[in-house]
Design a protein around this ligand. Structure first.
Ligand SMILES: Cc1cc2nc3c(=O)[nH]c(=O)nc-3n(C[C@H](O)[C@H](O)[C@H](O)COP(=O)(O)O)c2cc1C
Length: 190
């Protein structure tokens, strides 16, 4: 089969739809959408952020939450990636989100979304080449609604998350579970 070079692009799929929740110094909540992020260790998350209200909040509070955008919250999830709290102080309310303060971190937990992480900032550093900010956080707690649990474990089929496709700037839903990790490959071990 012929292969074509398409140049450098951020095409890794699926991308995340991470909804980063923070408070400003006056306790006003903000939520932003981030695709450039993911798990980078058993309990750690890495994100690449430009300068936003969110990054100012992270610098002040050293804490954030992550909620996962879902099919049901797609419009609100996209909205919080299009509008800054710097311009729209009522952003979280306009998204239709209500929040409560996390029990473990000084950051807002979105009531309407079924799965959230409470995180502490471990490090924030500016990329000298691009000026973008690389944030590493530690996950200190996972909060799940009862309705997305099966036998006490998070069931992604019930969360119904959306994922980001950087090649076409699209959102996708996730399909079905097709195998067991660290198990299926055993078929080739002799
Ligand atoms: C699908 C999507 C993905 C995004 N991913 C990122 C990202 O990874 N990093 C980033 O800095 N901004 C990203 N943004 C842009 C921010 O979410 C946007 O600038 C937002 O308005 C910032 O809000 P704030 O100023 O209230 O913090 C993304 C937006 C969308 C719609």
């Amino acid at each position: 089969m012929a292969k074509k070079d398409l140049g450098a692009s951020g095409i890794i799929f699926p991308g995340a739809v991470l909804l980063i929740g923070t408070y400003d110094e006056n306790g006003n909540p903000d939520v932003m959408n981030a695709a450039w992020g993911g798990q980078c260790g058993p309990k750690h998350i890495a994100m690449n952020l430009s300068q936003h209200q969110t990054t100012e909040n992270l610098e002040k509070k050293n804490a954030f939450t992550i909620a996962f955008g879902t099919v049901e919250s797609l419009v609100a999830s996209d909205y919080v990636g299009m509008v800054s709290a710097k311009k729209e102080p009522e952003k979280v309310k306009k998204a239709g989100f209500t929040v409560t303060k996390g029990k473990n971190v000084d950051a807002p937990v979105i009531s309407e979304l079924p799965l959230s992480l409470e995180c502490k900032v471990v490090s924030m550093g500016k990329d000298p080449a691009t000026g973008e900010i690389r944030v590493v956080g530690e996950i200190v707690n996972v909060i799940a609604d009862d309705c997305v649990l099966t036998d006490g474990k998070v069931d992604m089929g019930k969360v119904n998350p959306i994922v980001f496709d950087g090649s076409s700037a699209g959102y996708w839903a996730i399909g079905k579970r097709v195998g067991n990790a660290f198990h299926e490959g055993a078929a080739l071990i002799k």
